[in-house]
Write a protein that binds this ligand. Sequence first.
Ligand SMILES: Cc1cc2nc3c(=O)[nH]c(=O)nc-3n(C[C@H](O)[C@H](O)[C@H](O)COP(=O)(O)OP(=O)(O)OC[C@H]3O[C@@H](n4cnc5c(N)ncnc54)[C@H](O)[C@@H]3O)c2cc1C
Length: 488
Amino acid sequence: MAEATPIRPLSVDQVQAWDHEADVVIAGYGIAGVSAAIEAARAGADVLVLERTSGWGGAAALAGGFIYLGGGTPLQQALGFEDSPENMKAFMMAALGPGADEEKITDYCNGSVEHYNWLVDNGVPFKESFYGQPGWETPYDDGLMYSGGENAAPFNTVATPAPRGHVPQMTGKRTGEKGGGYMLMKPLVETAEELGVRHEYDMRVQRLIVDGNQVVGIVAKHYGKELAIRARTGVVLATGSFAYNKEMVQAFAPQLIGKPGASIEEHDGKSIQMAQAIGADLAHMDATEVAFFGDPQLMARGILVNARGQRYVNEDTYPGRIGQETLLRNGNQAYLVIDEAAYEEGCAADSSTPFFRFQPKWVAETVEELESDMGLPAGTLQATVEVYNRHAANGEDPVLGKKAEWCKPIGSPVAALDLRNFTAGFTLGGLRTTINSEVLHVSGEPIPGLFAAGRCTSGVCAGGYASGTSLGDGSFYGRRAGISAAKG
Ligand SMILES: Cc1cc2nc3c(=O)[nH]c(=O)nc-3n(C[C@H](O)[C@H](O)[C@H](O)COP(=O)(O)OP(=O)(O)OC[C@H]3O[C@@H](n4cnc5c(N)ncnc54)[C@H](O)[C@@H]3O)c2cc1C
């Protein structure tokens, strides 16, 4: 059966004429693509970026803008936080696995301060202010925040807590529309343009062009016409994740069926499939980021319980960790149990996600009554609240390690928010690459002429996630891809 959209490589013998040529050809003008473009141009290459939509940006321009950086960046230092590459690595190895790529994480941590300086030198602004409230993002324009649960159990005992979510400064921020990610992309695209990087929009890459086992170009569709684009030294794949490819999600990350989040429809796995078609290896295809639609200011002040009325995560941690614990290990069943005073206090606090402050579904005078109204097995929620309250009275949570500042006994009246099936996410697995962003063949050898970065690759996250690691490894390994592709 003929493939509807051919994905198999095209042999260079079949190319009648080249429609475009450059030294380095980059597929995708998001964070990985723009970073590759800048470094390839600085290395002296003639660079052409092919972008499927009618403009630059990708998911990156819609993003909240966290970039995971540390090891003692000037911003961390200015705000009084101590960090080192070793400390950063200890956290990342513990939080982003199981199976995190130690070579990549070591490399990423060792290069993080330099990467921060590179971003600043290319015009990305970071404001010297720290936001310390529980939250998905800062509601303001602060430059630094905890974004992976570094300061919460269990990681606060593995490594010295240091905030590493660096956010580009932005006025008039609109979550999910135009946030810090826009202020990351805009200066980088301007830098690329100043360096003479060319772009072609409305170009949808389809398959690779090969000369034997060497990648020498790429085929792209432009308003229905197939064009052949020659890459004299290298092709960089940077078209994003496979969160919107139903078949791939079904095959590799079924926990996300029907729940793509924090990604864009263009993330259809095309880079992964094109490279697979010439023998590329894959890694951690089951790993997913999981967002949870709860307001962290409320969650920290209550307790989250599953369908058995049991707590399963410390509520003051990174909300993405709460999302993973809820979806992956608790059947996507979550209820937030909170008393009236705590609910009112949480609703009055700062938040970047006030739209996640839902009305309680059940309200009762006693926990026994609440448990019965919620349909939980008799005695379960009562036992949970009894144990929680006993220790919270002493400012402790020996069960899950919630910090003392959030440990307060749950009183009356008591309510529960129905947070079942409140998750969505994006895929983290993809092409297996080296620290120089070479795409590896299943044999373990790099595929000549082929490089990749961003969410079409497996980056620093193999299972767990911290906000900022996608824009972080996308920009970090995007740069490497540009340097490597320019060398050929
Ligand atoms: C609302 C929101 C908030 C987020 N917040 C954060 C955050 O704070 N921190 C963080 O680290 N991450 C965040 N993310 C995730 C992050 O934006 C992405 O994971 C990241 O942008 C991936 O980088 P990339 O370069 O691989 O993909 P992108 O930045 O999406 O770039 C890929 C580009 O390739 C193009 N493309 C796709 N297919 C083709 C094709 N066939 N031919 C040519 N071009 C193609 C796309 O149109 C796109 O422009 C957020 C995402 C969203 C949507």
